[in-house]
Design a protein around this ligand. Sequence first.
Ligand code: EPS
Length: 374
Amino acid sequence: MLRYLTSGESHGKSMLTIIDGMPAGLYIDKSIIDLELARRMLGYGRGKRMAIESDKVDILSGLRNGRTIGSPVSLLVRNVDSSIDKLPKIYEPRPGHADLSGILKYNLSDIRDVLERASARETVSRVAVGSVCKIFLAEFGITVVSHVVSIGAAVSKARNLTFEKIVSSSMKSPVMCADAGASAKMCREIDLAAKAGDTLGGVFEVLIHGVPPGLGSYAQWDRRIDALLARAVMSIQAIKGVDFGIGFGSAALRGSLVHDEIFYDKKKGFYRKSNNAGGIEGGMTTGEDIIIRAAMKPISTLRKPLSSVDIRTKKKIMAAVERSDVCAVPAAAVIGEAVSSIEIANSLIEKFGGDSVSEMRRNYDGYMAQIKRF
Ligand code: EPS
């Protein structure tokens, strides 16, 4: 089983992560992790913090000559802004943030104690773990990409995209959107929100290609792959909804328009001509691309703040204003890729026995041959 824990405060010394259960024999190229960390920092609408940091990983344990040896892998990313002990106290909870529930729950008197850990800076760790998992998934021909579908009222019209198209066009867009017209509109929306002292959310899509059929299981509720992926994506800061394939859209349609008909070809085996299910049926992968969509709420730190209550005086006051992003949907898409990669990696390890990559490869090849013979 693959497990991991993240630790670190937004302005503490560093973000530290331990991954347990990574199979032995995986070559980990540190530059791939750094590339993913850099992708997380991009996106039109990010705040000044991203100009301060240049996130780079230090692999502290778990490798010999670049290869995993079955022991825990620890990853360290240092914060340049590590001023945590000098930062001023905060008493004005921001609506939408963890501030108020956090101080009540932990019996704290300074909101900074809450926001330091609740901050989306924690996702540095998850992207680091996710990029190790991406390297692992590549061994089995699995690729994970994402693109931004909407920001505020600006919606991408790009449909039925190939993986290559998503990667190439979203790389050119400052908001990781595959529709150039919508991309320009999204940037305008962000400019307008910034000018008004406001923030914006949006929707992103993660696509996973090359997944074998049968990951996850219908046999027990907590083994369903859609449930595992939804939990992982939902746990990203500010995510408010997750669906698969046509998701919520399927509720308004008749079954005949929703379910993906089954075909067989001697060469291809079983296949579908549509993928409304988003690659998952009965809590298991079908072998088609997995399509996950997630909705992100607007960031809760507003330059023009909302009303709040001073936690000392209980009198009305405006919410705290911290340095923050106007929009972080493109970053959330990269984080969505990371957490999805972790879940798929874990399911792969569960199905194919996870002590070494070579053992897994034998089991994987045997299973794929079995499906071919079926
Ligand atoms: C973030 C770091 C933070 C914020 C943002 C994401 O840095 P700072 O608080 O120093 O500006 O930019 O965090 C939040 C949106 C949040 O709600 O805390 C990062 O590294 O992604």
